[in-house]
Design a protein around this ligand. Structure first.
Ligand SMILES: O=C(O)C1=C[C@@H](OP(=O)(O)O)[C@@H](O)[C@H](O)C1
Ligand SMILES: C=C(OP(=O)(O)O)C(=O)O
Length: 443
C-alpha cells in the first residue's frame, strides 16, 4: 500500500530543452469507474489502458473483495466479471482505499443500497478528509453509517435493505459526491436525482449510459439535473480508457517553462468537464496546438503539441474551478514563470484534497522565492518570469504537490527538493522515467 512506503526525498534541477513524446497513463477517474461499473454488470468487462496507479489498484482489490472476479490480463488490460446491480457480497476484511478519495467515496456509494456491511479505511491523508459529504446523502437511501468523529474514516456502512430513491442538491461542486449518489441509486427503485449548481466531470454519467442505464442530464433553473432510473441491468462493456489530462498537465507545464522545449502528448482526454487548465493556458498565451481530435471509448481525445514561450498572468474565474480542480497546483507553478499576477478564484475545495493544496503550494513557492497571497478560497501567484528555487517543499502525502514542485525545479536557478516523492505512484507511477525520457533532470 502506498501509505506504508518510506518517504522518498527527491530533487529536480534546471534542465536543457525538453523534447520528444510524453505518453501519459490512463485517466484515473475513468479507471476507477470502469472497475466499479464492471463489477456491477452482468458479463465480462474488458478494460484497456487502465491506470495501474496505487489508487486504482486499491479499487480493483476492493471490487474483488465485494465478489467480482478481477484479473490483470496484460499491460493496462484488465478483465472484470461482474456480479450485477445489487449483487455485491459482504467483504471478509476491511476495505483499505489507501490515498484515494475517489475510490473510497464511489465504493461507499456503490455498496450503500445492498444489505451487506463493510468497513472502509485509508492512509493518514485520506483519514483527514471529509466523508460526511458522501455519507449524509447515503443515509437518505436508508444506509446505516458509523464514522469516526468529524465524519472521518474509518467508516462502517450497513447497506439499506429497502432503499429509497433520493433527490439531492450537492452543497459543493464534487463529482465524487454526485457519483456516489448515482451508484447508490442504481439499486434503489424509482428515480434518483442529483442537482449540481456547477457541472463537474461527467464520466459517471457517460459510462452509466454506456453500460445501459437510463440516465439523463438537463440544464434547468436549479442547475444541472441528473436523473437515473434505478434497478437497471448493467451490461458488461469494453472500456478503452483515454489518457489522463490531469497527468498530462505535468509534462505540458514542464515544456511551457523550460526554454527551447517542444513535446508531443498523444491521446489525451479533451472532455470539456476536465478542460479548464488548457483554456487557462491558452489565455496565458501558451503555445499549445491541438491535433487529431477524435472520439475514443465515448470520450473526446486529441494530441497536444506544446512549446516553450513567454506567458502572462491571468485571473481564473471561480466558475472554471470544477473543470480544473486537480490542476491548480501545477498552474501555480506555471504562473510563477509568467509575467504578472495570476489569481485563482473559488478554490476552497483545494483545502480538503490529499493535503491543503493552497497552503502546500503557497509555502513551497515561498520557500523557492515566489511571492504568493492566499485567502480561504483564492491563491494569487506573483509571476516574475524567473524563479530562484533552492528550497524544499513539504508534500504532505500529496502526489500532485510532489509532481508540481519537481516540475518547478526543472526551470529554477537553483535545484528544488521535495521531502517525499513516494505518493506519485498513486496516480502516475511512470512519472520519473517519462520525464527523464523527454530530458528532465530529476531523481
Ligand atoms: O470523481 C472523480 O474522479 C474526481 C473528482 C474530484 O474530486 P471532488 O469530487 O472531491 O471534487 C477530483 O479532485 C478527483 O481527483 C477525482
Ligand atoms: C484529489 C485527487 O484524488 P482523490 O480525491 O481521488 O484522492 C487528485 O488526484 O488530485
Amino acid at each position: 500500500m502506498s501509505h506504508s512506503s518510506d518517504p522518498r526525498p527527491m530533487t529536480a534541477r534546471r534542465s536543457g530543452p525538453l523534447t520528444g513524446t510524453a505518453t501519459v497513463p490512463g485517466d484515473k477517474s475513468i479507471s476507477h469507474r470502469a472497475l466499479i461499473l464492471g463489477a456491477l454488470s452482468v458479463g465480462e468487462t474488458r478494460i484497456t489502458g487502465l491506470l495501474e496507479g496505487q489508487d486504482v489498484l486499491d479499487t480493483a482489490k476492493a471490487m474483488a473483495a465485494f465478489g467480482a472476479q478481477v484479473e490483470r490480463v496484460g499491460d493496462g488490460e484488465w478483465s472484470v466479471h461482474g456480479v450485477g446491480v445489487g449483487g455485491y457480497s459482504e467483504p471478509d476484511g476491511v476495505i483499505d482505499c489507501g490515498n484515494s478519495g475517489t475510490g473510497v467515496r464511489l465504493i461507499m456509494g456503490a455498496m450503500a443500497t445492498t444489505p451487506i456491511a463493510a468497513t472502509f479505511t485509508g492512509d493518514a491523508s485520506l483519514s483527514r478528509r471529509p466523508m460526511a459529504r458522501v455519507t449524509d446523502p447515503l443515509a437518505l437511501f436508508g444506509a446505516q453509517i458509523t464514522a469516526r468523529e468529524g465524519g472521518r474514516l474509518p467508516i462502517t456502512i450497513r447497506g439499506a435493505a429497502n432503499p429509497l430513491p433520493v433527490r439531492y442538491h450537492t452543497p459543493v461542486a464534487s463529482a465524487q459526491i454526485k457519483s456516489a449518489i448515482l451508484l447508490a441509486g442504481l439499486n434503489a427503485p424509482g428515480e434518483t436525482v442529483v442537482i449540481e449548481t456547477e457541472p463537474t466531470r461527467d464520466h459517471s454519467e457517460r459510462m452509466l449510459a454506456g453500460f445501459g442505464a437510463d440516465i439523463r442530464t438537463e440544464r434547468t433553473d436549479e442547475g444541472h439535473v441528473i436523473t437515473l432510473q434505478g434497478r437497471p441491468e448493467l451490461r458488461a462493456q469494453p472500456v478503452a480508457v483515454p489518457r489522463d489530462p490531469s497527468s498530462a498537465a505535468f509534462p505540458v507545464a514542464a515544456a511551457l517553462i523550460v526554454p527551447g522545449s517542444e513535446i508531443r502528448v498523444p491521446g489525451v482526454s479533451r472532455n470539456p468537464t476536465r478542460d479548464g487548465l488548457y483554456v487557462t493556458l491558452l489565455e496565458m498565451g501558451a503555445d499549445i496546438i491541438v491535433e487529431n481530435e477524435r472520439e475514443e471509448g465515448g470520450e473526446p481525445v486529441a494530441d497536444l503539441v506544446v512549446r516553450h514561450g513567454s506567458l502572462k498572468g491571468v485571473t481564473v474565474p471561480a466558475g472554471r474551478a470544477a473543470s480544473m480542480i486537480d490542476e491548480f497546483p501545477i498552474l501555480s507553478v506555471i504562473a510563477a514563470f509568467a509575467e504578472g499576477r495570476t489569481v485563482m478564484n473559488g478554490v476552497s475545495e483545494l483545502r480538503v484534497k490529499e493535503s491543503d493544496r493552497i497552503d502546500a503550494m503557497a509555502r513551497g513557492l515561498e520557500a523557492n522565492g515566489v511571492r504568493v497571497e492566499e485567502t480561504k478560497d483564492s491563491l494569487t501567484v506573483h509571476g516574475m518570469g524567473r524563479v530562484p528555487g533552492g528550497g524544499t517543499a513539504v508534500t504532505h502525502l500529496d502526489h500532485r504537490i510532489a509532481m508540481s514542485f519537481l516540475v518547478l525545479g526543472l526551470a529554477t536557478e537553483e535545484p528544488v527538493s521535495i521531502d517525499d516523492g513516494a505518493p506519485i505512484a498513486t496516480s502516475f507511477p511512470d512519472f520519473l522515467p517519462l520525464m527523464r525520457r523527454i530530458g528532465a533532470d530529476l531523481g
